[in-house]
Write a new protein. Sequence first.
Length: 381
Amino acid sequence: MQHMLEEQMIQMVDLKAQYKRLKSEIDAAMMNVMESSNFINGPAVKTFQSNLEQYLNVRHVVPCANGTDALQVALMALGLKPGDEVITSSFTFIATVEVIGLLQLKPVLVDVDTETMTLIPEEVKKAITPKTKVVIPVHLFGQGANMEAIMHLAKKYGLYVVEDACQCLGAGFGTKRKKQKLGTIGHIGCTSFFPSKNLGAFGDGGACFTNDDLLADRIRMLVNHGSREKYFHEVIGVNSRLDSLQAAILDVKLKHLDDFNKRRQAAATYYDDVFKNIDEVAIPVIQGGSEHIYHQYTLRVLNGRRDDMFIFLKKQGIPAMIYYPQPLHKQKAFSAWIENDLKLPNAERLSNEVISLPMHTELTEEQLDYISTAVLSCFMA
Ligand SMILES: *Cc1c(COP(=O)(O)O)cnc(C)c1O
């Protein structure tokens, strides 16, 4: 691999190669915005918003500045009181739980299934108290949490469901007869257009989705300084916008999203076929009812040699990542909310077992072969 040209080098996410493939479309869309100089809330934002509504089959998409803001304004829209409890996963990116704390709500972290790495509905149920108001299922690495069970619990206990759909845009959930896109099943769905996400901008971006007209109206007001009419403010909101250049780029990429996700699935199938017979690793397990669009391709290394494998791959010029090395109930930032002795054995175990391999839309067969051969040789030694 040492002698490979820079453009052939294996990347964790190859944004440059993807841009090269779509360059003429993207450049034209950007030029359009620059020539109009309509940089904030220009027509490109409206166009992208309505195309995404159509793609997701959801009544409302409210664009905002990033996925973290989307989660924050979603919670702000629900009229919660300080101390209200929000149940979510301990095995996720910090943003999911950070916004709960920022709003003076109480994060209640529960364990995940070791195979799908998503919320265990029975654990959610055990954590429900009279103060519980919201559940945030995280659709981790590109596949859904058990939405059927979670929606059932939410209905039974009168809870809101805010889906963290930052890693799963485009994945469907349900039966053949009734399939919905993840992020449109709960009361509000939140996504991120961070460059490395499945639908990535050339900077930050995010959005909330909802089928509820009142919630949509509230979220629109909240992202715009709590204002419906310019210079009149009903509540304290935030300033969170998707800018027109990002919207124009995203609108081009949205047309390719299904193709992007198919390319990721093809790469995952390649990896699965090579790794499924290695005893020391577990390949991704797909949640019943969910599609998997492989935001990450994450193996579990079962023999305690995950860190050896990570170093071995680095030496072969293969980037890999550990998502996530520390579950959130162990993070210092949350120590005020989480009991010291809280044990979530699956999340703790996963943080020592997981390793994510290069996964993007531009992986060549040659690269997949090189990566999987290296992983295999790791277990021969
Ligand atoms: C990326 C991500 C976020 C936050 O998105 P930003 O756009 O980076 O703010 C939140 N939750 C999960 C699970 C994510 O992967």
